[in-house]
Design a protein around this ligand. Sequence first.
Ligand code: URA
Length: 206
Amino acid sequence: MSEAAKELEALNRQITTCQRCPLGQMRTRAVPGEGPADAQIMFIGEAPGFHEDRQGRPFVGAAGKFLEELLASIGLKREDVYIANVIKCRPPGNRDPQPDEIAACRPYLDKQIDLIQPRIIITLGRFSMARYFPGATISRIHGQPKRVGGRIYYPMLHPAAALHQPHWRPLIEEDIKRIPELLKELEGVEMEAPKAEETYEQLSLF
Ligand code: URA
């Protein structure tokens, strides 16, 4: 096991007992994320829902099933990618994550990204998008990749959006199809990891 993989395992263990915000008292299980420590592709969702909270695994409910179908459409399985969330514990009643919860969880996600060093980060939904594209509107910028250093940030609609409003479905299906082409674009491009602050600065100009 690589050093990064060991560190990621230790970090994810630490997340399972986290009490940095009140959600630590309300969850059944924390959901650190899962996937290979050297994944090229990382998906960042919003927060665990009912099933994720029970199982301690990301995207295992209806939205997860759709995400797996989307991955299959580009020849990937969920085991090929890293899947995490902006916040690691379920907000009661699946309400929106609060700014203080997002802030409390941010060091975990930053560290996960640091260790995994994905070539592409795909944000799923508004909350994940807002981390990298502050002030942007998802219906306007979804499907528009933005390269910073050797990494591409790619905002997509949340798969759950298509379950609630079927007219989003073709858009999501179209957006995911670009991922192989984006990965190809990065072939031969050196992976200089963008620093978190620099990334936020550059992406805020988007
Ligand atoms: N929705 C998310 O954003 N994350 C999950 O893990 C499950 C559903």
